[in-house]
Design a protein around this ligand. Structure first.
Ligand code: ME8
Length: 647
């Protein structure tokens, strides 16, 4: 079973931004998933280093195009490393292995008369590097990028693309998965419904010198798109490594943005047909990211640099956000606010808390070791879960149910569905832990079952999220005390219930996702700081505002105070909370004399379960702050009514 996936090769005219990161992360998610599923995977990315754009960028910097490309392609490699991209190869179009294949492909087409020379005149867009017919221009400018066009007349070489139009229409119609999503497929069919010209594949050297020379005419270089598209076959050995090529071609997915759908679905498909090669199984054109509603560009100053986001929020938070926020195929708008929202809710609250809660309870009640699943004299695991899960899928059934749905989402590149599906299960587990309340469980068997259920659920979730968040998936395993690396496991095997061995020692580690505090600034700008995770894991247990609201805090006044016999620390207080007087035992005898307490306004926890301390009943708790061996009662800065709620 083999799987070959590609990203576009990116122009080295500038450094990469989140748009480039988007396609590459998506390809990485698929590559990692398929590897886990046992596929032999080839994941290709790279850089497009010829053509006018790159030549101009080099001129601007006052360096040769080669030096420029040598320097700039590193920016892409560095970003992919930082994003944990697991590409198997990185192709540069200035490499010999690529140039040779481009020339070979040109020669094949020239020899079979699919390439011919003709005089040509028309409107040329420097930025798009293509000719337009006068009727296509928009107010005299390029209909695609809106920039100025030049009138050019020259001899050039052409590829007989028009010959393949009817065949291509039929291929697209017969293969619904060839172009995805469907809306894009219809767009291409619409484009092909109009007359299709031949493709100009050369540029005279006197106008553009930075390109691969045509093998049959040294006065010309190859059109950058003909050069670039060939990367998908040059990297895997076309015409120089037959076995390698046979193993990998045709590719399973070409992932790209909607901006370059025509070049891939029309130019590339017809080029392949002319070369007698089968077409890729799928070309997937995803949507476009804008930033706060605007097109991203350096000149607008809204260029989103992935390095900064990774430094601020972590690599997996960014990977998760890109894959979860927008359905793959639709356009999306990037804002830090949305990113922070995802981090705080999905990652910190839902996933991070679930792990830290589970592990801390295991630490506290089970000496830090994964407890066994079933205690003979107690309820079975199924009973345990069924009680809390009234709906399907139960956690236990999730290995088959979830795997099927998850796999079908992944095969359709519906990353957001795959993730929301997993987050539904994470939500179920949070509900489960809340209802099962293991911290209050007295029955040891039930407690063991609950804790096993939670840790085994987390172990499996880690496998599911690993393709999206490789570091987080592995970190969950590490903290559960599992020594293996997820990438060395088999997906189907590792999602089977019961894989977690009881008795292993957990290793509570870093907080998975620290909450990010959001601070609004002028306009729509958001600055954010990551809260430090220095506090011990137990203290980091965050609660929601609703959970906090469960504590009934009231203003009270101490009416009476007396020592409790034989106790050094305890005082018996009578506290007036407006509607009633409460008897409360407080451990403040070493810090206050009974007399000085009378008339003090204090904060009382009014809904605490009654307790007996040294034989005296206590109906609440008085709040005090400690430090340097001294306890100080919490009071008020001004007048407050007895019984008012403290919020
Ligand atoms: O077109 N939103 O390179 P390129 C989403 N060299 N994706 C975006 C994006 C955005 N705002 N901006 C860029 C080229 N992308 C050619 C490709 S392939 C044989 C040659 C992504 O550097 C998206 O994948 O302009 C888009 O198709 C690609 O970067 C364009 O990269």
């Amino acid at each position: 079973m083999k799987f070959y996936i590609t990203t576009p090769i990116y122009y080295v005219n500038d450094i990469p931004h989140i748009g480039h990161a988007y396609t590459t992360v998506a390809a990485d998610v698929m590559a990692r998933y398929k590897r886990l599923c046992g596929y032999q995977v080839f994941f290709l990315t790279g850089t497009d280093e010829h053509g006018q754009k790159v030549q101009q960028a080099a001129e601007k910097r006052g360096v040769t195009p080669q030096k420029h490309a040598d320097e700039l392609h590193i920016a892409f490699k560095n970003l992919w490393k930082k994003l944990n991209i697991s590409n198997d190869d990185f192709i540069r179009t200035t490499e010999e292995r690529h140039k040779k294949v481009v020339q070979k492909a040109l020669q094949i087409l020239f020899d079979k008369k699919d390439i011919y020379k003709e005089s040509y005149e028309g409107w040329y867009c420097l930025s798009d590097e293509r000719f337009w017919m006068e009727k296509d221009l928009k107010e005299g400018n390029c209909p695609d990028c809106g920039r100025k066009v030049e009138y050019i007349k020259e001899w050039n070489y052409f590829f007989r693309m028009s010959n393949y139009r009817d065949w291509l229409i039929q291929h697209i119609k017969e293969n619904p998965r060839f172009i995805m999503p469907e809306s894009r497929r219809n767009e291409v069919l619409g484009f092909l419904g109009r007359p299709l010209g031949d493709l100009c594949i050369s540029r005279p050297k006197e106008r553009l010198s930075w390109g691969i020379p045509l093998p049959f005419d040294e006065n010309y270089v190859t059109y950058v798109w003909f050069d670039a598209l060939v990367n998908y076959i040059s990297a895997i050995g076309f015409e120089y490594d037959k076995d390698k090529f046979k193993n990998w071609w045709p590719s399973n997915h070409h992932l790209l943005g909607k901006d370059i759908l025509t070049t891939h679905s029309v130019y590339w498909s017809t080029m392949l047909k002319a070369l007698d090669l089968p077409l890729p199984e799928n070309i997937f054109a995803h949507g476009w990211w804008t930033v706060n509603g605007e097109k991203m560009s350096k000149s607008r100053g809204n260029f989103v640099n992935p390095h900064e986001l990774i430094d601020k929020y972590g690599v997996d938070a960014l990977r998760y956000f890109l894959m979860r926020e927008v359905p793959f195929g639709l356009d999306g708008d990037f804002s830090q606010r949305a990113l922070i929202g995802r981090i705080n809710s999905d990652l910190a609250n839902d996933l991070g808390n679930l792990l830290s809660r589970t592990l801390n309870i295991i630490k506290k009640f089970k000496e830090g070791k994964i407890p066994p699943e079933i205690d003979g004299k107690n309820r079975s695991m199924e009973q345990n879960i069924q009680e809390y899960f009234k709906y399907d899928p139960t956690l236990k059934g999730f290995e088959s149910y979830a795997a099927n749905s998850f796999n079908s989402f992944m095969c359709k590149l519906e990353f957001h569905y795959a993730l929301s599906y997993i987050w539904k299960i994470i939500g179920d587990m949070n509900e489960y832990v809340q209802k099962a309340a293991p911290w209050a469980e007295k029955d040891d068997g039930i407690l063991s079952n609950t804790l096993y259920t939670l840790s085994e659920g987390l172990r499996i979730i880690a496998v599911y999220i690993y393709p999206f968040m490789p570091e987080t998936g592995q970190e969950i395993w590490n903290q559960l005390g599992i020594k293996e690396r997820i990438e060395n496991c088999n997906f189907k095997e590792s999602i089977k219930w019961g894989g977690l061995k009881d008795g292993i020692e957990i290793k509570i580690g870093r907080q998975l996702f620290p909450r990010v505090e959001e601070k609004m600034e002028i306009g729509d700008e958001v600055t954010a700081t990551v809260t430090e995770s220095a506090v011990a894991a137990e203290e980091r247990q965050l609660i929601s505002i609703d959970e906090f609201a469960k504590v009934d805090l009231r203003v009270g006044e101490i009416k009476q105070a007396e020592k409790i016999e034989k106790s050094k620390k305890l005082l018996k207080l009578k506290v007036d909370i407006g509607t009633e007087e409460r008897q409360v035992v407080a451990g403040i005898a070493e810090h206050y004399t009974p007399e000085e307490l009378i008339g003090k306004k204090i904060v009382l926890v009014a809904n605490l379960k009654p307790a007996k301390l040294m034989g005296t009943e206590s109906h609440g708790m008085v709040l005090a702050a400690g430090g340097d061996g001294r306890l100080v009662l919490i009071g008020f800065d001004g007048e407050v009514k007895l019984g008012s709620k403290v919020k």
